[in-house]
Design a protein around this ligand. Sequence first.
Ligand code: ZN
Length: 608
Amino acid sequence: MTSISPVRFQIAPKHPGTHLFEIVCGIDAPDPAGQVFSLPAWIPGSYMIREFAKNIVQLWATSAGRPVAVHKLDKSTWQCAPCAGSLSLRYEVYARDLSVRSAHLDTTHGFFNGTSVFVKLHGQERVPHEVEILPPAGAAYGDWRLATSLPRAGAPPFGFGSYRAADYDELIDHPVEMGTFTLADFEACGIPHAVAISGRHRADTERLCRDLRLICEQQIRFFGEPPPMAHYVFLVTAVGSGYGGLEHRASCALLCSRDDLPQRHQQDLTEKYRGFLTLCSHEYFHLWNVKRIKPAAFVPYDLDQENYTGLLWAFEGITSYYQFVMLLRCGLITAADFLELLAQTVTRVWRGTGRFKQSLADSSFDAWTKFYKQDENAANAIVNYYTKGAVVALALDLLIRRETRNTRSLDDVMRALWKHYGETGGGVAEDGVERMVTESCGVDLHGFFDDVVRGLADPPLAELLPQFGVGIELRPAESSDDKGGKRAKQAADKLARRAVLGLRLADKGAEARVAQVLDGGAAQRCGLAAGDIIMAVDSLRATRSNLDTLLAGYAPGERVTVHAFRRDELMSFNVELQAALPDTCVLSLLDDMDDTVRARRVAWLGGT
Ligand code: ZN
């Protein structure tokens, strides 16, 4: 019997002020032909080529104390000269991307994803990988600790020291946070869960843990105990203004605004905190849906290049539907809240005409170059596979419930996918989701998939929702801040006469800077363009905050003169104002319904 010698990493935030992690990597038996190694070009869960290797600043290789020549094979790959004994690599990674996708280091904290810092030693991917994580040197960092779901191999809980992964794939799927974060913990179905919050905040961590426990237990019981991980960590970074989340096999990295967290002495569920719980619910659902139930195209991942699949809508869209369903089922939100959140999702879909040009399957496939690289024309050219995917999941759930007389639902499809693919590790074929609908529910919805997934149709919500005792109304937006989901404060006839320019402004800065010009709208017809800074409407000064008010005095069809700067040149546009489109969705619980409809609604939303 021969013992497999592991790949050994050591990582240290050398001088946090320089934003450099120093990594040392050693292997006992390098490839005699010259060891090849590379850094991933992307991180699973965020479908864009990010070229992490560009952040390697310096790199050295040695064997038996002597330098080994290294040459580059391509932008992310290196090869060492052949050497006889063990090989040691040492390199520095510049880490200053404060996002959930990469790495960040400064004097306040450090965070890294393995994809940004650990090279893959070709041929050694499947051997165990040990990593020793060191604190920065100096008394100033004496109180730093560490949070990660990486299995400990000698390190104390939440401490620096040795960790171990079964293979390279696991090594890069446990992000690490270090610093002076707040730590809280709870158990869900007997599984230890921790929450580490970095950044200044005054969060009520007791309430947060209580609420997260409800969400986690709901989801664990949904897919079945025991869950597929022995412990779980929420790595939260609280900043002034930020939003992001990335799922991993036993943790998630979250970026939020500090006021998204529940404040002490605050009892009610604010919209911001509801949004944060939604994000947690979303990432946790990914433990099953995408981390373990995966498209075949991700089994295994090829981290050197784009991995194409038309199924991202099923992983992100279905998850974006269940993120709300789980909050409803565990009692954190009411049915009315649930419908408000769904209506806001529908609104986001209905406001983009790109959905008439790009299908969900195509949006998934082209995520790498389109959804993840959105420009000012995105609303006109592409469909969001999260939001339209969630609306398709909603319609799919209702169709299955209707066709099976409430005996089956999308729940059965998800649990069947889990049994069939998640527990076995096989990948879902491109037609695997719709085949599973037929297999697990006995209904053939290929036509629906043709229309709304591969085709450009909207899911038939106006037909389906009333059959479940839910009314759907589409009205014009009341203002540019109107996210939908709520009844209008203004009368319907007044709202129908609301005049708009047919554009969206950038959401930052005091200037009225045009971010998007909507297809077929008034702004497009008169020649206004993205990037233009609107200075005046009929000679009155316009700003980002007063443009709605300036236009309130006009009716659709009236003409106004808009002055705007383009490339610092003042230009004048004669605009015929348009009516605001009925693109804002409101869903409501209907009072009058027959027994069939009532039974459907109770089965779907609970209540009586
Ligand atoms: Zn997601």
